[in-house]
Design a binder for this molecule. Structure first.
Ligand SMILES: Nc1ncnc2c1ncn2[C@@H]1O[C@H](COP(=O)(O)OP(=O)(O)OP(=O)(O)O)[C@@H](O)[C@H]1O
Ligand SMILES: [Mg+2]
Length: 449
C-alpha cells in the first residue's frame, strides 16, 4: 500500500496523541495531530486527509460532531473512532453515522494498525471503483451520440482528436447512422463552438437556388436579387459549414466550392470582390463517393479537399451491443415527450430488435420505439407494438431451406442475392463486393429479380 497517506489524529489526551503519532509515523504515514476537536474541524476544511482517527469523548466538539463534519467535508474519507467508554450503543451510533470502525481503549497498537490499514485499503478501492465507473459511463455517450461499442468509442476518440483542428472532414455512412450528430459533436467539442454551425442539405435544394444560398449575391445579380445577400458559406465564417449529401452537389458548384477551399475566399454572385473566409467544412454522404467519381458526377480534386479526415460510421447491425442502450435512450426521450410511463421493452421485444438488420439504422430504431410507445397500453413495450417488418422471424438458414424445398440453383441464387442486399442495408456496391460480382452484373441480376 502507498505509505504516503495523510492521517489526522484527534485526541484531547495529548499523551495518547503523541503515542499514536509515533506509531503511525513509524509506519511511514504522514500524521497531523491536534488535541482540539474544533481545531480539527477547521483543518479538515482546509486540508485533505485519507483517514481520521479520533477520540469519542472530548472537550469542544464531541467525536460524533467531528464525525458529522468529516462526512460533510469528505464523505468518502474513513473515520476510526477511539473510545475509552466502549459501550455498544455509542459504537453503534458512530457506525450508523458513517464511521468506518471503532476501537475501545485500552487497545494494542497492532490492532489499531490493522484497522488503519484495512480502512485505507477500502478507501482506495472505493475511489478506484468510482473512477472506473465514471470512466465507463463517460464512454456510453459523447455529446448527443449514444453507444458503447468499440466502433463508437473509436469514433468518440477520433472526434476528440480532430475537434480543435480546422481540417475538413468527410463523414460517410448509411442513412440514419448519425452523420449529422457526429458533425455537430465535432463542432461543439472544438474551439469553433463559439462560432456558427450552418447546415445545408445539397440534395434538398434546386441547383440555381443552392448556388445563391451557398455563395450569396449582390443586389441586381439576377432579377430577384433585390438586395445583397450573404451566402451560407459566409454565415459560417469562424464556424463550421455542414454540407449534407455532398454527392448531390451539381458539378458547376463543386468547381466553385473547390475555389473557396483553395483560396479561402468567397465571391457572391454578381460581385466583383471576393471576401476572406475562415470556415471548416464537414460534408457527409450516404453513398459510395468513389463510384460517383468514377461515374464523372463528383470531382476527384474536391473529394481530396473535403476528405482530409474521413469518418466512416458503422451501420447499426455491426454494433448490436449498442441497441439496448439506444432503446433505453429513446424510451426515456419519448416518455418525457408523450408523458407516458413506459419503463422498457419485454424480453421478446429485445430479442426481436437485436435480431433485426436495421437497414434504416438508428433513425429506424428511433421510429420503431416512437411508434411502439404511441401504441403501447402497458408499462413495457410488447411484440404487438412493433411493426411487421421487425417481427418477421429471421429466415431459416437459406441452404437448409433450399434443400428442404428443392430450390433450383437459379432460385437459390436469387434468394441469396436478395438476402445479401438486405444485409448490406440496400447498398449495392457493398452487396456486389460480398457477392464477388461487379456492380454491372449485380444490376443485371437485380433486373431479372
Ligand atoms: N449514436 C446515436 N445516438 C443517439 N441517437 C442517434 C445516434 N445516431 C443517430 N441517432 C438519431 O437518429 C436519427 C438520424 O441521425 P442523423 O440525422 O444524424 O443520421 P444521418 O446519418 O445524417 O442520416 P441521413 O443519411 O439519412 O441524413 C436522429 O434522430 C439522431 O438523433
Ligand atoms: Mg443526415
Amino acid at each position: 500500500m502507498d505509505k504516503g497517506h495523510r492521517i489526522l489524529v484527534v485526541d484531547d489526551d495529548l499523551e495518547m496523541c503523541g503515542l499514536l503519532s509515533d506509531v503511525l509515523s513509524g509506519e511511514g504515514f504522514s500524521v497531523i495531530t491536534t488535541g482540539d476537536s474544533l481545531e480539527a474541524a477547521k483543518i479538515l476544511k482546509k486540508e485533505e486527509f485519507d483517514l481520521i482517527v479520533t477520540d469519542l469523548k472530548m472537550k469542544g466538539l464531541k467525536g460524533f460532531d467531528l464525525l458529522e463534519e468529516a462526512t460533510k467535508v469528505a464523505p468518502m474519507m474513513p473515520v476510526i473512532i477511539i473510545t475509552a467508554f466502549g459501550t455498544i450503543e455509542s459504537a453503534i451510533k458512530a457506525m450508523k453515522m458513517g464511521a468506518y470502525d471503532y476501537i475501545t481503549k485500552p487497545f494494542q497498537m497492532d490492532e489499531l494498525l490493522l484497522t488503519v490499514r484495512k480502512a485505507l485499503e477500502t478507501h482506495l478501492l472505493k475511489k478506484e471503483v468510482i473512477r472506473l465507473r465514471k470512466e465507463v459511463e463517460s464512454r456510453y455517450h459523447f455529446h448527443q451520440l449514444i453507444g458503447k461499442s468499440l466502433p463508437m468509442q473509436k469514433i468518440y476518440d477520433l472526434i476528440e482528436r480532430i475537434s480543435d483542428s480546422s481540417s475538413n472532414v468527410l463523414i460517410t455512412g448509411e442513412s440514419g447512422t448519425g452523420k449529422e450528430l457526429v458533425a455537430k459533436a465535432i463542432h461543439y467539442n472544438g474551439v469553433r463552438k463559439e462560432g456558427p454551425f450552418v447546415a445545408i442539405n445539397c440534395a434538398a435544394i434546386p441547383e440555381t437556388l443552392l448556388e445563391s444560398e451557398l455563395f450569396g449575391y449582390k443586389k441586381g445579380a439576377f432579377t430577384d436579387a433585390k438586395s445583397d445577400k450573404k451566402g451560407l458559406i459566409f454565415e459560417a465564417n469562424e464556424g463550421t459549414l455542414f454540407l449534407d449529401e455532398i454527392t448531390e452537389m451539381p458539378l458547376t458548384l463543386q468547381a466553385k466550392l473547390l475555389r473557396v477551399i483553395e483560396n479561402r475566399e468567397v465571391r457572391p454572385l454578381g460581385d466583383t470582390n471576393s471576401y476572406p473566409i475562415d470556415v471548416r467544412i464537414i460534408s457527409s454522404s450516404n453513398r459510395d463517393i468513389k463510384s460517383t467519381i468514377q461515374e464523372g458526377r463528383f470531382r476527384e480534386d474536391l473529394y481530396y479537399r473535403l476528405n482530409v479526415i474521413d469518418i466512416q460510421l458503422p451501420p447499426l447491425r455491426e454494433r448490436k451491443e449498442d441497441i439496448p442502450l439506444l432503446i433505453q435512450h429513446f424510451i426515456t426521450k419519448f416518455s418525457n415527450e408523450f408523458k407516458k410511463n413506459i419503463s422498457g421493452v419485454s424480453k421478446d421485444v429485445l430479442k426481436l430488435l437485436l435480431n433485426y438488420s436495421w437497414p434504416g439504422n438508428v433513425r429506424e430504431l428511433e421510429n420503431v420505439i416512437q411508434r411502439a410507445m404511441t401504441l403501447s397500453q402497458h408499462e413495457v413495450i410488447l411484440p404487438e407494438d412493433l411493426p411487421a417488418t421487425v417481427i418477421q422471424t429471421p429466415d431459416k438458414k437459406l441452404v437448409e431451406k433450399a434443400l428442404e424445398e428443392n430450390f433450383t440453383l437459379d432460385q437459390l441464387e436469387k434468394k441469396y442475392i436478395k438476402k445479401v442486399l438486405i444485409e448490406a442495408g440496400g447498398n449495392k456496391s457493398k452487396a456486389a463486393e460480398i457477392l464477388g460480382l461487379d456492380r454491372k452484373t449485380l444490376y443485371r441480376k437485380l433486373g431479372e429479380l
